[in-house]
Design a protein around this ligand. Structure first.
Ligand code: HGY
Ligand code: MN
Ligand code: MN
Length: 422
C-alpha cells in the first residue's frame, strides 16, 4: 500500500505548487485545476474506476458502476453506494494535505481493498468536489452545495472572481455546460453513506497521540463581506479633518473582530482585503474586507458578527464613511449521523478501544452533504496543527494509518467480500 499512496502523492505533489512560497494555488477551472482533474481521471481509470463529471463539475470515479464488469451483485436493497473522497482545490498558498489527502487516500484505499483480496458488494465511488475552498469564487463547498440544492445554479452562475469572470463563464471555458448545474436528487438517492478522510486542521490528535480520529460535528461558520466607501483624496494635501477615509473603520472592524471572538470564545478572522485604488499616496475610495467567523454555538457566532457590524458602523459614521455588510455564505452546526459516526469509530477503534471523536471549526463537503445523506469524517493527525499554509504537514506513517482506517471503514460499509466470489 505504501507504494500506491506514495506513488500517487508524488504524482500529484508538483501540480499547482508555487515554487516561491511552496504553497498551492489550485483554483477552480484554472490551469492547475485542469492538471489535477486530469491526474485524478487517469489515476482512477488506471484502477478500473469509471469516471464521470456531474452537472456541477464534481468528479465521480465508480468501482462497480452498474453494468461494469465489477458491478457488485448486491441484492437490490443494498444497492446504495458508498462514496469517499474530498477536494483538490486550495486556498491561496495552501498546504499539500487539505483536500488531496482525502482524494489520494481514497484511491489508495481502493488499492488496499484489492490487496486484501476484497471487492465491494455495493457500488463504491471516489468523489472530487469542486470549489471546496471558495478561494476563487468566494463561496466554499460550492460543488456540494449545488449538488444538494443548498446553492441555486442562478446564484452560483453569477459568482465572479477578482477579474470579474463568472462561475458560469469559467465552467464553460473548462468545457462544461453551466446549464447542467443544479441539485441531483437521483444521484444523491443512490448514495448510502459518504466518508471523507481529511487532515485534522488543529492539534487535538497531536495531543492525544492518535494517528486517526473521527469527526463529531462541524461548527456553525460563515463569511461576510464588508464594503467601506469613503472619498479618495490626496495623501499629502488633504487635512485629517477633511477626510472620509474608509481605512479607519476597516481597521476598527478588524480589532473588533478579535475582541468579539475573545469575548464569546469564538474565532474571527479578516484575512482578505481589497483597497481601491490601492495607491501609496492616495486616501482610498473604498476598502472591501471579508470576515470569517466561527463558533461552537450559533448564539456565539451571531454575537461576534453583531459586534463587528456595530463597531464598523459607529466608526464609519465617525469618519464620514458608509459601510455595507453582505452575508456571502453561512453553514449551520452539522452533527454527523450518529449511527454512521459510531459504526466508523468502532471500526477504526477496533478491539483497541476508543478512537478520539472531535468537532471541528473547518468546513467540509461532508458537512454540506450531511443534509442529504449520512456522512462521516476521518481525521489524520497534523503534528503542528497548521493548515491553510505551506507548512501544513502529516507524517507518511499517519497518512498510511488513515488509508488503512478508511479501507477498513469502506470494507465494512460496502459489505466487501472475496474478490473471486461469484
Ligand atoms: O474554510 C474552511 O473551513 C474549509 O477549509 N473550506
Ligand atoms: Mn481548507
Ligand atoms: Mn478541506
Amino acid at each position: 500500500m505504501s507504494g500506491d499512496f506514495e506513488q500517487l502523492w508524488a504524482e500529484l505533489a508538483p501540480l499547482g505548487r508555487n515554487r516561491t512560497t511552496g504553497g498551492y494555488r489550485r483554483f477552480s477551472w484554472g490551469p492547475a485545476d485542469t492538471q489535477v482533474r486530469s491526474w485524478f481521471r487517469s489515476a482512477a481509470s488506471a484502477r478500473g474506476l469509471e469516471v464521470e463529471t456531474d452537472g456541477n463539475g464534481n468528479l465521480w470515479a465508480c468501482w462497480g458502476a452498474p453494468g461494469s464488469v465489477e458491478a457488485p451483485r448486491a441484492p437490490a436493497d443494498k444497492a446504495a453506494a458508498v462514496v469517499t473522497g474530498s477536494h483538490l482545490d486550495s486556498v491561496p498558498d495552501g498546504g499539500a494535505y487539505d483536500g488531496p489527502l482525502g482524494v489520494v487516500g481514497a484511491l489508495a484505499a481502493v488499492d488496499e481493498l484489492r490487496r486484501r483480496g476484497l471487492r465491494p458488494r455495493r457500488p463504491l465511488a471516489v468523489a472530487v468536489f469542486v470549489e471546496e475552498e471558495g478561494a476563487r469564487f468566494g463561496v466554499p463547498c460550492l460543488g456540494s452545495r449545488l449538488l444538494t440544492g443548498a446553492m441555486t445554479p442562478e446564484r452560483a452562475g453569477r459568482l465572479t472572481d477578482a477579474d470579474g469572470v463568472s462561475w458560469a463563464q469559467a465552467m464553460e471555458r473548462a468545457g462544461l455546460d453551466p446549464e447542467r448545474m443544479g441539485p441531483d436528487r437521483e444521484l444523491l438517492g443512490r448514495i448510502g453513506a459518504f466518508v471523507e478522510l481529511h487532515i485534522e486542521q488543529g492539534r487535538a490528535l497531536a495531543h492525544t497521540g492518535d494517528a486517526v480520529g473521527v469527526a463529531s460535528a462541524v461548527w456553525p461558520h460563515g463569511r461576510w463581506r464588508l464594503d467601506f466607501s469613503g472619498q479618495a483624496d490626496h495623501a499629502g494635501t488633504t487635512r485629517l479633518a477633511d477626510r472620509s477615509d474608509p481605512m479607519l473603520p476597516f481597521a476598527e472592524a478588524v480589532r473588533a473582530a478579535r475582541r468579539a471572538a475573545e469575548e464569546h470564545g469564538a474565532l474571527a478572522t479578516v484575512g482578505k482585503v481589497r483597497v481601491s485604488p490601492n495607491g501609496t499616496n492616495a486616501v482610498p475610495s473604498r476598502v472591501r474586507a471579508w470576515l470569517d467567523a466561527r463558533a461552537a454555538e450559533e448564539a456565539a457566532l451571531h454575537a461576534v458578527v453583531e459586534g463587528v457590524d456595530a463597531a464598523a458602523r459607529s466608526s464609519a459614521a465617525e469618519h464620514g464613511v458608509t459601510v455595507t455588510a453582505f452575508l456571502e455564505s453561512k453553514s449551520p452546526l452539522v452533527e454527523f449521523d450518529h449511527r454512521l459516526r459510531d459504526r466508523v469509530a468502532a471500526r477504526v477503534g477496533g478491539e483497541g478501544g476508543a478512537v478520539p471523536v472531535l468537532a471541528t471549526g473547518a468546513g467540509h463537503d461532508a458537512g454540506v452533504l450531511a443534509t442529504a445523506v449520512p456522512t462521516a469524517m476521518l481525521f489524520v493527525r497534523n503534528p503542528t496543527g497548521i493548515s491553510h499554509a505551506p507548512e501544513e504537514s502529516a507524517t507518511a506513517a499517519d497518512c498510511r494509518a488513515g488509508v488503512a482506517a478508511l479501507a477498513d471503514v469502506l470494507a465494512d460499509l460496502t459489505d466487501a467480500g472475496p474478490a473471486e466470489e461469484d
